[in-house]
Design a protein around this ligand. Sequence first.
Ligand code: SF4
Ligand SMILES: [Zn+2]
Ligand SMILES: [Zn+2]
Length: 304
Amino acid sequence: MSFCTCGKRGDLTFPLSVQFFCLECFSKKFERRFLRNIPRSVRGHSLVIAFSGGKDSSTLLYILNKYRKKLKIPVLSVITLDEENPTTQKSRNKIIDISRKRYPNVSFIQFSYSELFGISLPKLVLHSDRKKMRFTPCTICGVLRRHAILQLALEIDADYIAMGNTLNDEATTVFLNILRAKPERNIRNEITYNTANGRQLPNRIKPLARFFEETIRNYCAINEIQPVKTNCSYENRSLRFDINSFLLTLEKKDPNLLYNIVSSGRKFKTNNTKSNIVMKCQKCNSYSTRHECSACSLVRKIMT
Ligand code: SF4
Ligand SMILES: [Zn+2]
Ligand SMILES: [Zn+2]
């Protein structure tokens, strides 16, 4: 039998660690690591969580709410986007109802793609497929989601956006960028965008980016965080899904490989930090690096 540092029975461990922990110490250690991943600059600033209701964003909400005072977060909000996909809609609405009750001091903002872009994701996918365009549903969904989260965060004056990306997600992204021959995309996080009147756009933080999926699942189980499994019907059409499965196989062989992939991605970032001034999209008036933002451009290509 293994023992925790506190003397109790050790039930759980972290990947790449030989130390076992009791449930309580595992949870505390998880939270300490999580808090270390939050930059000090976040203190005193408003923060919004991109919330899907899955285990990662549910963990974000749970810990950020628990340590809100310590982190000095004056305003904590949640943005949820409804793609209007019937396979995910019901379970997502359910978790939002539960979370609203569980976190009464957090403000919840919810918009559907139809409200924001005038069309639902299933309809966009249908049009794109009919025209035999090469956009996967996740590409369309991802472009619209990134755009919507940034614009909504700006509307509510959030200084930071907390994303639920895990180590597996980060490694998958690096891999995807390499497969698409666009390794320079890994530098995006290093660029700061300022509006013409000097306002800096909200920065993204990823407190779970060094955590394995399995570790997060264990934390959720200990703390009775009951996320929904959204099971999006489009998931297995994306390359991300295939790479994620492949990386899970690699992770079983050697968990270090995932850290190595992410570190390789970071190497592309070196010496590429720069500051860009953003302009307004001529169609939707939102901030963009081009005259037509990526969301408007994508919807136009699909619908015309
Ligand atoms: S699986 Fe793809 S299409 Fe479905 S919600 Fe996620 S990103 Fe969107
Ligand atoms: Zn212990
Ligand atoms: Zn636009």
